[in-house]
Design a protein around this ligand. Structure first.
Ligand SMILES: [Zn+2]
Length: 321
């Protein structure tokens, strides 16, 4: 038997091992490689592009918080997996077929396991294949599966980003205004706003001079560009984490910025201005600043949350480069 004294002497060692940042980083890169391997394997089996499978998984990972450390986070509803009225919840594919369940055996072990990464992806790919594998057909398949426009839009955008960068380890970030210029900001999320009735301030204001470059903070797709009564010349970017990033009061847009375009952290979007609070072109009603807002989608609704702690983090990351 191991003495208690000896056992206790290991505890600090175990602690060091678990909290070692090098070890944690290796574990993270491992999971990205494992994910990529199952996406690619499922693509080889079904011809459904890996970046769509990865985008569906990425979307669900943001929704299924209890599954965010799984290789694949997709949760297929029981009535779809096992079939309507099948209360056996048996992984036997013969029983599942009997009830018209969609659960499939992707790894060849004879079972359709709703917790197995290969079985889950093969099942999702099979559901998509009923429609086809062109972008339009996949869009229809996604709509019929999720029955929600924002979900389809988010998955489509994420697939576009993943296809462009050809990997799933896209965790880099940047600060939204150039840190080489003078700027200042503080936490003002939730403050009351006068203009346009009773509204709360849904974002952080970063004060900087006219023309200071404004940059994308994340990987994503430009979803909105143009004039808004409150936001002036603004840009909306939907990222690959079900988050919508709103940039308001711009002075103008960078060349080639257009709706549908894929962006990465640090890509220039435009510059700081004071546009807004009136008809198109209104400017100068307040000091120049970037209004930066973040909205999270949980699969049912979208709400504003405080970007301030993220801005502090991204500012540190930008300064460390
Ligand atoms: Zn603001």
């Amino acid at each position: 038997m191991v003495s208690k004294k000896l056992l206790y002497s290991f505890i600090p060692l175990i602690f060091i091992f678990l909290t070692n940042p090098v070890h944690a980083a290796e574990k993270q890169s491992d999971i990205y490689e494992q994910r990529m391997a199952v996406y690619k394997k499922t693509e080889a089996l079904t011809q459904v592009p890996w970046y769509y499978l990865a985008a569906i998984d990425q979307y669900e990972r943001q929704i299924q918080k209890d599954k965010d450390d799984h290789i694949v986070s997709i949760s297929i509803p029981e009535e779809i997996w096992y079939g309507l009225g099948n209360s056996t919840l048996s992984k036997d594919t013969i029983i599942i077929d009997l009830f018209n369940g969609q659960g499939k055996d992707g790894n060849g072990d004879g079972k359709a396991d709703a917790e197995d990464p290969e079985d889950i992806l093969y099942t999702i790919a099979t559901i998509i294949l009923q429609y086809g594998i062109t972008d339009d057909e996949i869009r229809i398949a996604l709509w019929n599966y999720y029955k929600r426009d924002l979900t389809v839009q988010t998955i489509k955008n994420t697939a576009k980003v993943l296809k462009k960068f050809q990997h799933v380890n896209l965790t880099d970030r940047d600060f939204p205004v150039s840190i080489r210029h003078n700027y200042s900001y503080r936490s003002t999320w939730g403050d009351r706003r006068g203009f346009g009735g009773l509204r709360i301030h849904e974002g952080t204001d970063i004060f900087a001079g006219y023309g200071t470059p404004v940059k994308s903070t994340t990987y994503g797709v430009i979803e909105m560009k143009g004039w808004n009564l409150y936001g002036g010349w603004r840009i909306g970017i939907r990222d690959i984490f079900n988050i919508y990033h709103y940039y308001g009061h711009l002075n103008g847009y960078a060349d080639n910025i257009k709706v549908g375009q894929v962006v990465k952290p640090g890509d220039e979007l435009g510059s700081v201005g004071s546009s807004g609070y009136g008809p198109p072109g209104t400017s100068g009603k307040f000091p120049p600043h970037l209004h930066y807002g973040m909205y999270k989608d949980n699969g049912h609704s979208e709400w504003s949350f405080d970007p301030y702690p993220y801005l502090r983090k991204w500012e540190r990351m930008a300064k460390a480069k």
